[in-house]
Design a protein around this ligand. Structure first.
Ligand code: PDD
Length: 284
């Protein structure tokens, strides 16, 4: 079966789908995106993603390419036409195509691209074993709350992690506090079993998975505080984990050269992972 992409009003064969060479996404990374999980052919936490998309667009003063109800139809159509049951949906909105000039073009229309494809959920064995992260300086801009397509520091950081044999890189601000991973949010569990993750300020993306896990924490009555933690605190934590749409919740068992806690996934991370997977299944 051949894949189909939605590009600026048309469903096109994926292999030949294209935007204009002067699209501002291509020239300036002038655009935003979302990645949604698909399970049982349904979108997970669609509303939260649409709220964040609207926020990213308005922060960059890019007009919404269509109404949310029209967008919901396009997303469903992309899933249907690609026959995706388990996978992801990617959507991107750029400010549009125009002659290259930094200031906003007067006439450009925003360009929407939507793709969807089958992916396997992260191998449960990875969650069983836990993963390693390395720490790197956070060299990004000061508006990481916007889900911008400008991802070069994230790309370089992820590759650094891969080169070091780690799953993810945790970015660290100038004060020594962890901001987030290159494509995931970062969490620790302190010795007194308090779960910690950074407040959703402008230094991090407010993950949709983060929000769902926060709800589970509140519902199940775990002790919790939203505050930044240092690398030293993370290394001394009894547990650590990370979250995102694409990996759900994965226990972190090593930070740089230090094992976290026992060096095995901790009980709270396991419970929260189960809780989050149940939340995903509810969407189906
Ligand atoms: N990344 N932080 C960053 C920098 C991210 O890029 C992401 C998501 C997250 C987690 O957000 P969410 O829970 O809404 O997926 C945190 C997506 C998956 C990506 O770029 O592929």
């Amino acid at each position: 079966m051949s894949r189909v992409a939605y590009v600026d009003g048309q469903y096109l064969p994926h292999r030949s789908a294209a935007v204009h060479i002067e699209d501002r996404g291509y020239q300036f990374a002038d655009g935003v995106y979302e990645v949604l999980a698909v399970t049982g052919g349904r979108l997970v936490d669609e509303e939260s993603h649409l709220i964040r998309l609207a926020k990213s667009l308005s922060e960059l003063r890019i007009a919404a390419p269509m109404s949310n109800s029209a967008l919901r139809i396009v997303m469903r159509e992309a899933i249907r036409r690609n026959r995706v049951r388990e996978g992801i949906l990617y959507l991107q909105v750029t400010r549009g195509a125009a002659r290259r000039e930094h200031a906003f073009p007067k006439a450009a229309q925003p360009v929407l691209v939507v793709t969807s494809r089958h992916t396997r959920r992260t191998d449960p064995q990875i969650a069983e074993r836990g993963i390693a992260v390395v720490t790197i300086p956070d060299i990004r801009w000061q508006r990481c709350d916007i889900k911008s397509i400008a991802l070069l520091p994230n790309v370089l950081g992820k590759q650094l992690a891969r080169d070091a044999g780690a799953f993810e890189a945790w970015q660290v601000d100038r004060e020594g506090f962890v901001t987030e991973g290159t494509s995931t949010n970062a969490w620790i569990v302190a010795a007194d079993r308090t779960v910690m993750t950074r407040r959703a300020d402008t230094a991090i993306l407010n993950g949709v998975t983060r929000l769902a896990v926060l709800e589970i924490i509140a519902r199940d009555g775990y002790r919790f505080v939203e505050r930044a933690f240092s690398v030293a605190e993370a290394k001394a934590a009894s547990e650590a984990f990370l979250t995102s749409t694409t990996v759900d919740l994965l226990p972190v068992v090593r930070i740089d050269d230090a094992p976290v806690g026992t060096g095995m996934p901790g009980p709270l991370a396991r419970k929260l992972r189960e809780g989050y997977l149940a939340h995903v299944t509810e969407a189906a």
